[in-house]
Unconditional design. Structure first.
Length: 286
């Protein structure tokens, strides 16, 4: 029965993945989530990804959901109900942390690209090009992920948005306050005039100072972050070592009601500790 269920799930998963690979994902969309919603991805998933600054093609979203469902179903079929629930919770936790990590890396990469992009805009402004055209021309050679965002900004301007409105929209989507700063500078220039090139150069200076400060802070807190990783993984490694050296003791404890309660309590405490450590490290880095 075990092998029948396993083979059936794997075949079903492979069939789903083959279907998804043949789905032609949109290369680019005007709005975050517009193409995803058109391809049937649930709205709450699209909104959650957008709030975390993550953009994934529908095929990747479907594949992640299919793999999560298959692993969870295997856990419920092959393991007791309590362990099956733990497997489901673990899969959801891994997806959540993965999305947070991808979004953080993507935002950090955009911040690295932003100063050089603004410098290109200021050089074009020095040649007498308008602000909108300077941004549009600078986007042509810009790489991802910032290139994807800026192309949406330019596309919104072509659709009738004001430039500062387009940046405000991207600030909401990517959760980058630097886009709010750009939007404010452009809006002030549109309303009161003045040299937008000087303002953009000041913004570049601020961004480079902020980047240098983040690097220095990261170097200073490296030991703290390493300690947090050790504290988070040490209980898990000890549990694995105990099971490897004396599996009969662990299995005997699991067969007793008090032992299962102890394991559940230990798992809950481990997850709570990981969350607290993650929040502490995240507050230091931010």
């Amino acid at each position: 029965m075990f092998w029948v269920v396993l083979v059936a799930l794997l075949v079903g998963l492979a069939f789903i993945l083959l279907l998804l690979v043949n789905v032609e994902a949109p290369t680019d969309t005007t709005e975050i989530g517009a193409g995803d919603k058109r391809d049937g991805v649930p709205v709450f998933i699209v909104d959650f990804l957008a709030k975390n600054g993550v953009e994934l093609p529908p095929v990747v979203i479907y594949a992640a959901l299919a793999i999560t469902a298959a692993i969870s179903l295997l856990g419920f079929v092959l393991l007791p109900l309590q362990l099956g629930l733990m497997v489901l919770a673990s899969c959801i936790t891994v997806l959540f942390l993965g999305i947070k990590l991808v979004g953080s890396k993507r935002r950090a990469k955009m911040l690295e690209q932003l100063p050089s992009f603004i410098n290109q805009v200021t050089r074009r402004l020095s040649a007498g090009i308008s602000v909108e055209n300077a941004f549009a021309d600078s986007v042509e050679t810009l790489e991802r992920p910032l290139g994807t965002v800026m192309r949406r900004v330019v596309r919104r301007v072509h659709m009738g948005y004001e430039l500062h409105q387009a940046f405000d929209r991207e600030a909401q989507n990517t959760q980058l306050h630097e886009f709010n700063v750009l939007a404010t500078a452009i809006r002030i220039n549109e309303q009161y005039g003045g040299s937008i090139r000087t303002i953009l150069e000041d913004i570049v200076g601020i961004l480079r100072l902020e980047e240098a400060g983040k690097r220095e802070l990261s170097a200073m807190t490296g030991e703290t972050r390493f300690t947090a990783v050790v504290l988070a993984t040490l209980p898990i490694l000890i549990g694995v070592y105990m099971f490897y050296t004396n599996p009969d003791m662990m299995l005997g404890a699991w067969e007793q009601a008090s032992g299962r309660t102890m394991f559940y309590f230990a798992g809950a405490m481990e997850l709570t500790g990981i969350f607290v450590l993650w929040r502490m490290v995240n507050s230091i880095d931010s």
